[in-house]
Design a protein around this ligand. Structure first.
Ligand SMILES: Cc1ncc(COP(=O)(O)O)c(C=O)c1O
Length: 379
């Protein structure tokens, strides 16, 4: 023993082992795709142990994992995930949209629940290799993409709450179609006062599996009342926080006639969405088509403010923003027994979301050049 500290191995792409799927499946037709139901031929797995750090990454045939029933993930929800999309254009070029943000958020989530951290650039390099391997699974049709789901779970084989001494990172991929195949359909939200999604000091700002299961019953109850998603409210003032599993934006006409685009601030209860950040950046850059006098604010908004703006005719639009749907317009909020109506244009969108959606889709698919689009394969 010389006493020096030796760092354990990080994720190392040069150690990658690839085992080809001996029975590759035919890819499904684009029209048959249902979100998240079909997976490609391969997956990436990288085990970690406290004693030896990150083991060699493997690309293997997609299939079941072998876990002991005592594994901590199965008892204490030691799991976190990411969601990102790969696009393939007509020339066959494959791109990801701002994947560095997903990698950073994944590491932040891992720290929050004492799962091992890793070099996000190294994981991204491996994800690109996985996508290249299964790139024929990416539908080319408009609005289609490959949904990429990196996940990290605690796999310590012992019942007991604590940092796990074993973990498994895996990445699976699913070809997906557009969220709104028939064009934009505004959704009705249920302003939820009976349940909360997140609380100050809690985990709402992290992409942890534990944040999602408790939202299923509120979502079912909202559906029974005739609404599509929960509008998650916070505190006695009923601050608006998120919409279902999306960030939210609201646009007001101000008293002096300007347009203000608002989203709740990242106060620990809001997931720092990649789409949220992109909408903010495009709005602040005042891309062509947006009102010249647009003001962009990250600030708290209460249901009272929304209700008053609706009654005064100052509500311009409200929409959700996230990777799956990109932009999801809202036309109604059920709140304390009444419906607050929100304007939408004839195509289902509002004046700000329409402009931002077009730019976002263009940058995601590569039809609008941008450094947000990261090349995975040239053809
Ligand atoms: C709770 C929640 N909020 C917001 C988002 C949007 O984040 P992103 O734009 O990174 O997809 C997601 C993920 O889709 C989410 O699960």
């Amino acid at each position: 023993m010389t006493g020096e500290l030796t760092a354990l191995p990080d994720i190392e792409p040069s150690r990658l082992e690839v085992i080809d799927n001996p029975s590759p499946r035919p890819t499904p037709s684009s029209s048959s795709l249902v979100f998240g139901k079909v997976f490609t031929d391969h997956m990436l797995t990288i085990p970690w142990t406290e004693a030896n750090g990150w083991d060699a990454p493997k690309i293997v045939p997609y299939g079941p994992l072998s876990l002991e029933p005592s594994c901590t993930v199965l008892h204490y929800a030691q799991t976190l995930f990411e969601g990102m999309k790969a696009y393939r254009n007509d020339a066959g070029k494959v791109t990801l949209f701002r994947p560095d943000m997903n990698m950073k958020r994944m590491v932040t989530s891992a720290k929050r629940i004492a799962l091992p951290t890793f070099n996000g650039d190294a994981l991204l390099e491996l994800i690109k290799i996985l996508i290249r391997k299964d790139k024929h699974w990416i539908p080319k049709d408009p609005g289609h993409s490959l949904y990429v789901r990196p996940t990290l779970i605690g796999t310590q084989r012992a019942i007991g709450v604590g940092p796990p001494n074993e973990a498994l990172l895996f990445v699976i991929c699913s070809p997906v179609g557009p969220y709104y195949p028939q064009g934009f359909k505004p959704v009705a939200l249920y302003g939820t006062t009976e349940y909360i999604r997140a609380a100050p000091g809690g985990t709402g700002g992290y992409k942890l599996g534990a944040n999602y299961a408790p939202g299923v019953v509120p979502q079912k109850e909202a559906a029974e009342k005739g609404y599509v998603q929960n509008l998650w409210l916070h505190g006695p003032e009923h601050y608006l926080t998120e919409v279902g599993t999306m960030n939210m934006f609201i646009a007001f006409k101000t008293a002096d006639g300007q347009t203000e685009l608002v989203t709740p601030p990242l106060d620990g209860m809001i997931l720092p969405g990649v789409t949220r950040d992109s909408v903010l950046r495009l709005a602040r850059d005042k891309i062509a088509g947006l009102p010249k006098d647009l003001i962009v604010n990250e600030r708290p908004v209460t249901m009272n403010e929304v209700k008053e703006a609706s009654l005064d005719g100052r509500l311009v639009e409200l929409f959700g923003a996230g990777t799956a749907a990109v932009i999801s317009p809202v036309d109604r909020i059920g709140y304390l027994g009444e419906d607050i109506l929100i304007p939408t244009g004839p195509d289902g969108m509002g004046p700000i979301s329409r402009v931002i959606w077009k730019e976002l889709i263009g940058r995601q698919t590569g039809s609008i050049p941008s450094d947000w689009s990261v090349t995975v394969a040239e053809s």
